[in-house]
Design a protein around this ligand. Sequence first.
Ligand code: GAF
Length: 392
Amino acid sequence: MSDVTTVDVVGSAPGRVNLIGEHTDYNGGFALPLAIPHRTTAAVRRRDDRIVTATSSRRDSGPVEFHVDSEPGDVTGWSAYVAGVFWALRHAGYDVPGADVHIDSDVPSGAGLSSSAALECSVLVALNALAGLELDPTRSALLAQQAENEYVRAPTGLMDQMAAMHGRDGHVILFDAADVNAEPIPCDLAGAGLTLLIIDTRAPHRHADGEYGARRRSCEHAARRLGVSSLRDVQDEPVESVVGRLEPGASGEPHPEGTPLSPDTPDVTRRRVRHVLTENGRVQETVQLLRAGRIRDVGPLLTASHVSLRDDYEVTVPQLDVAVDAALHAGAHGARMTGGGFGGSIIALVDTERAEAVTAAVRQAFTRYGFATPDAFVAVPSAGAGVVSPSR
Ligand code: GAF
């Protein structure tokens, strides 16, 4: 279905990078993502037979066909993200018709730039318009996350879908996971003579799903040991005092009945918690600097975030660490891995006139280490999801 003149509606949603606030969303914390110019579109044509067909210009294979009432497990692979959105809408009681859905995208996949959320959200906004549902962006983000968690069975947080739905030109989005709130914060990089580089390391995502789930379980376990429902509830206490309460035999909150054994050693659990709490603090400091128009000064916070993700949360791989070090050596104000980790991309905040030199330095370092040649893009804070062409 490449002829868009025959479709009823086209939904469009962006990829994202996260400026700072990593692995905080599923802990009720703060994140500061921005939508990027790379987008996914879902061109949708209504059908009257309760069948959905899904095609993608990225796939050579023919259409994937499923019933509008498919259940988790019925559809797998890339089209599960499409089927999951139909399922989440129908599961929530919305009357969604069958449709032919054609996907097109320039969001790099496997780069940690949330191509999955872009896919879900493009389909969601298209179906929202097709069926006249009038869902607001946050409700849409929650439904897209439900598709990913319960249909695709990937245990992700809500940051990526909130970035895709709430992105705004010239703004980063302060996502507060406790309140499920998105607040745009102005971020005029160009006006400050700065460029936010994305460097896709092209490192394969090894163990990403299992390790992501393991990090979540560690944090949930720690919260239970601390007697709170999420780590956000201890955010205002001194970090070392919270971490101290996780020492074996430490006094403090009693461990509630039925607290399961930790999946980690006590030292590992303490480091996971230290990352989450310090990272939330860095997001808040970053927001203060952005509000004061001091974008350049955000650099050291980005680098501190990377160090914490490398040493305490242990979600980096050598390619991410080498890329960050090379970018900093070449004059970046700050650099960090972005997204879930275990591969994917880094971001580097650089003076615009240094952007090429920083990119070249990372490429040279990768050649020295025998890594694949990385790709580079510029992250311009961009608009969120919406309908591209109205019903015809
Ligand atoms: C992935 C997840 F999808 C997000 O919800 C978030 O947890 C992120 O990893 C880490 O900050 O992108």
